[in-house]
Ligand binder design. Structure first.
Ligand SMILES: C[S@@+](CC[C@H](N)C(=O)[O-])C[C@H]1O[C@@H](n2cnc3c(N)ncnc32)[C@H](O)[C@@H]1O
Length: 516
């Protein structure tokens, strides 16, 4: 439904947010203006646009026009513009926050302008989104957000629409976020549409997340989950066996990076997990001074998923393990460390050559110990032939990624429900292929970074039906035994669903099945 079609209130909401007297939001009050901002290139009318805003705009364009991933485009653009760390952080917040909040900002732009967002030129749209995020998501000083957006419009888009940008942002600025959310609710055609717009999620994603929570009897957590998707995750590190220190020791060492601005803490659910309190992960890794490749940036849900397989039962020396969909190798690195401890061998397969290359870099701590192959996981070649059998197989399946929305700011706008049939068919085929190569008594861990039931419990149920020799193990009990503290994993199912809002991890699903 277009903006014009939706019911609309006549008067714009009024009221202001809690800005300081100079109109600057908290973030910018403490940050001040850096040299990069002062150096910003002048627009046609001689105004200034900060370098951070130009970088953020370029990233939005890269994502829209070149299908770029924001987490790759951002560092490239930041390097190119030679931003200092403070401006790099500002550019990151501007770009990632705008991408995450896009759905809400688009609706607010529609309400403020009286135009359907699709009728606004794509360059102007991105200028407006960035401006809306500064006004409503960052509490940037209103004059800075509006003036720099107008200059940005002059510089990168259609100069004649600068007045339009000014008018729309001034209208947005006249109300606070809560008033705009109320307005979204009043003009929505359904409660789901209002919630989806307010929390910046496509409605189909919202419904899928609700269904997954419902299956655990926790529908009441939906708004907490949607809010968690809109927060940048804290950086987690995995301290792999072989690093020579455990997480508690690392914390006790008081690792101090970035001149005391950041420390690592032994926190989060994974027993290998460290959390970085601000600062640069590369410097934290260097400061820990562990053997190369034994400290890695990795979500703690991913750590737990790999450990669920390696620790489901004691390892017998000589066991054969396979990581079927290994790229870029995060879980392979955990499995390689665990296999080395227990005397197991590890083969890692990945269909994409580029991602197989990333796997070899990820397992640098166990170079030569991991056999890396590049095949389609549905072919016997991925396993080393039709008769090859493995004691443990990880299927970290290609999936919609709906569990990692906080980490991939643009992902929610890229996926569509139409992607699912292809993905679930592939997931089932990879499962069948793994079952064909599972040794008697062997265990498969089926993992997705999606909580969508069609990709999780339905795929497992289908595999159990097709392969009567398989039985499902209690993955929740295994994860609880592995985790630092007991995990809240409700519901009747044996498969475990981790959640950003509840566990602080990506929304990883883990099921364990064994061959009788
Ligand atoms: C969720 S990712 C795996 C993440 C990885 N386990 C990690 O922790 O870093 C899924 C991977 O499966 C790969 N893939 C997709 N189709 C495949 C297939 N038919 N056979 C094997 N791998 C496949 C993708 O290229 C992607 O690298």
């Amino acid at each position: 439904m277009s903006a014009a079609e939706r019911p609309r209130r006549r008067n714009e909401p009024s009221g202001r947010d809690g800005r300081g007297r100079d109109g600057r939001g908290r973030g910018e009050q403490s940050r001040g203006r850096g040299p990069e901002e002062r150096r910003g290139r002048g627009g046609a009318a001689g105004g200034r646009v900060s370098a951070a805003r130009l970088v953020a705009y370029d990233v939005l364009r890269d994502v829209e026009n070149r299908d770029a991933y924001a987490n790759l485009a951002l560092p490239a653009r930041i390097r190119e513009a030679r931003l200092n760390p403070r401006d790099a952080a500002l550019a990151t917040e501007l770009a990632a926050g705008t991408l995450r909040g896009r759905g809400r900002y688009d609706r607010i732009i529609e309400l403020a302008s009286g135009r359907d967002i699709s009728e606004v030129d794509s360059r102007t749209r991105n200028v407006l989104r960035l401006g809306a995020h500064q006004l409503l998501g960052m509490r940037t000083a209103a004059h800075a957000a509006v003036n720099e957006s107008v200059e940005l419009q002059r510089r990168v888009a259609n100069e004649r629409a600068a007045g339009f940008v000014n008018g729309v942002l001034r209208a947005i600025e006249r109300a606070d976020g809560a008033a705009w959310d109320a307005r979204i609710g009043e003009t929505a055609t359904s409660a789901d549409e209002a919630l989806a717009d307010r929390t910046s999620h496509p409605a189909w994603v919202l419904r899928a997340l609700r269904a997954a929570l419902q299956s655990e009897g926790r529908e009441s957590e939906l708004e907490d989950l949607l809010a968690a998707d809109n927060l940048a995750p804290r950086v987690s590190l995995a301290l792999l066996p072989g690093a020579g220190i455990d997480a508690e020791t690392a914390e006790a060492l008081g690792i101090d990076v970035d001149r005391g601005e950041a420390t690592v803490t032994a926190s989060g659910p994974s027993p290998l997990g460290l959390e970085l309190r601000g600062g640069d992960p590369g410097r934290a890794i260097d400061a820990l001074d562990a053997p190369e490749g034994t400290v890695r940036v990795q979500d703690q849900g991913s750590q737990l998923a790999a450990l669920a397989l390696s620790r489901v039962r004691p390892v017998a020396a000589g066991e054969r393990w396979l990581d079927l969909c290994a790229g870029p190798g995060g879980k392979t690195a955990v499995l390689a460390a665990e296999a080395a401890l227990g005397g197991a061998s590890l083969r890692a397969n990945e269909v994409s050559e580029h991602r197989a290359e990333l796997v070899s870099r990820a397992v640098v701590a166990h170079e030569g110990d991991v056999e890396i192959v590049c095949r389609d996981g549905r072919d016997d070649g991925a396993f080393g032939g039709p008769d090859a059998r493995f004691d443990r197989i990880l299927i970290d399946a290609p999936c919609s990624g709906l569990g990692a929305l906080r980490r991939r700011p643009e992902a929610r706008w890229r996926k569509t429900p139409e992607d699912l049939p292809m993905l679930t068919a592939l997931q089932g085929e990879l499962f069948d292929s793994a079952v064909r190569h599972l040794a008697p008594g062997g265990v498969i861990a089926y993992v997705t970074c999606s909580p969508h039931l069609a990709e999780t419990r339905v795929v497992v149920a289908g595999a159990l039906k097709r392969h009567p020799g398989l039985r499902e193990l209690d993955a929740r009990a295994v994860l609880n035994a592995v985790a630092r503290d007991a995990l809240d994993l409700p519901g009747p199912q044996l498969g475990a669903q981790l959640w950003p809002h509840r566990h602080g991890t990506d929304g990883m699903f883990v099921a364990l099945v064994a061959m009788n």
